[in-house]
Each structure stands twice: as C-alpha cells, then as structure tokens.
Design a binder for this molecule. Sequence first.
Ligand SMILES: C[S@@+](CC[C@H](N)C(=O)[O-])C[C@H]1O[C@@H](n2cnc3c(N)ncnc32)[C@H](O)[C@@H]1O
Length: 274
Amino acid sequence: MLAGMMRVMLGTVLFALMAAAAFPQSAALPDEQIWSEFEQWVAALKPLPPGQSVPIQKRYVESQVAAGVPAEEAARRYERMNTIRWDSTDRMRTYWDGAFKSGAGPSNPLRLLQETITGMKPGKALDSGMGSGRNAIYLASIGWDVTGYDMSKEALRAAQESAAAAGVKLTTKEAKHDTFDFGEDQWDLIVCSYNALNPHDKQWPPVFLRALRRGGIAVFQGTGAGQPPSLPRLLDNWKGFHVLRIEDVDAGVITDEWRPSLRRRTVRLVIRKE
Ligand SMILES: C[S@@+](CC[C@H](N)C(=O)[O-])C[C@H]1O[C@@H](n2cnc3c(N)ncnc32)[C@H](O)[C@@H]1O
C-alpha cells in the first residue's frame, strides 16, 4: 500500500519535472522578470514602416507565444506589464517606445486645439509630450513655428518621420515634463494633449505663467489623470489666468481622442495669460 502511494507520488513529481522541462516558458514569471524581458523586447523591436500600426499588445503576445509561452500566460504577462509600467516615468518611457515602434496613436489633430486656434495669428507653439506629433504637424502645416518634446525617443523619431512626409519642419527635444526648460516669454501656445501632465498639479501654473507670452494660450485635454471630478479645484489652480474653457465630461458621453475605441472621462481646459 505504502509502496503504491510512493510510486504514485514519484510518478507525479517526474511528470511535473518533465512538463517543466518541455514547457519552460509556461512558468508564471514574477513581475520584475516580466519587466526586464519586456524592456529587452522593446529594445529589439523593429519599428513598423510609417503609416502602419499594430497594437503593442498584439505584437507582444504574439512574440511570447512564438517563443513557446502558452497564450494564457502571455496575456497575463501583458496585463502585469500594463499595470507595473505606471510605477515610474522610466518604465512608462519604455512602454511608449514600444508603442511608437508599433505605430501608436491617431493622426488627426485634437478638435479642441483646432477650435481654440481658429482666428489666431500663427506664432510660436510648444507641443508638450508630443507623441508622434499629430498636433505639432497640424500646427506647422498652418504656419506655426513648432517645438515639441517627449520623453520617448521613438515618439520623436515617429514625429520627425511624419513631419518629413507632410513636408513641414518641427524642432524636437527629448525631455520629461520635469526636465524640459519651458523658458520665459517663449510661447504663444502650449499644447498638452493626453500627455500625463496633470493640470491639477500646483507646480504647473507658475511654469506656464512664466513660459507663455502675454495673450498666450494653453490647451489641455486628457482623461483627468485619475483625479476625481474637480472643476472648482482646476479653476482655483489656474486662477492667475483667464479661463476660456473648462469641461469635465463623463465617461460614456464622449469619444476619446487618443483611443477612439474608448469612451473615457475627458477633461478640457483652455487658459490665457492676460
Ligand atoms: C497618449 S500619448 C499622447 C501623445 C500626443 N500628445 C497626442 O495627443 O497624440 C502620451 C505621450 O506623453 C508622453 N509622456 C508621458 N509622460 C511624460 C513625461 N513625464 N514627460 C514627457 N513626456 C511624457 C509619452 O511619452 C507619450 O508620447
């Protein structure tokens, strides 16, 4: 009886060892390993040709499955990566490098931007967290002198490629929001489109007050950076400016202008330096 049980146990252990040897990729990787493999994968990833786009999730999961990872574990690894990328801006930059190598983002400019600048004389514009440059290219194509910055090298590469294809010139700089020098009396327009620069944050009004020229405008649109509905707080934060437009639109009412397949809460703010 005891010998029979031992045989069954031994058989189970042997089977588990053989399965692990046959499918070493099936192991549920811990987060740190998922992240370091993701980083290596992004570094080796080939940028898609201009105009082409494949969701980064699809490319990642397919590459994992091709390397022998079961589909369920590959999907789980993507979900973990998609969660832990929020842990730091460096992680987020790696994610955006992968996304822009995969052709992320729409090419049409923000409606709020188009509506805001109608009738304005073109001047000097800054596109902050510019991504692949849809807003910068639009502005340059109608006569604005445009500088854009982003922390993702791949965003800047994609922006310059699209600018060349559109026959416009952009000045681009690699920087994070916290390291970019916004300067003094520099800009007639600053664009913050889905760029994770939080307009509720108290650090920004003094920076924008210094950087904008008199009469200069800043346009913000995003998903509210995880903040609860807070128009009074936003108004209070920007009280040194003339607020031209402020909206906090519930999810479900509006089509997202970064991921049009989603209907997310959208915060819009347009301010002018008097
Ligand atoms: C959703 S995309 C939007 C891109 C572009 N503004 C648009 O609307 O098409 C977010 C962009 O913000 C950039 N970004 C996020 N956090 C940043 C930071 N702290 N400093 C600089 N760029 C940042 C990302 O690299 C990415 O290009």
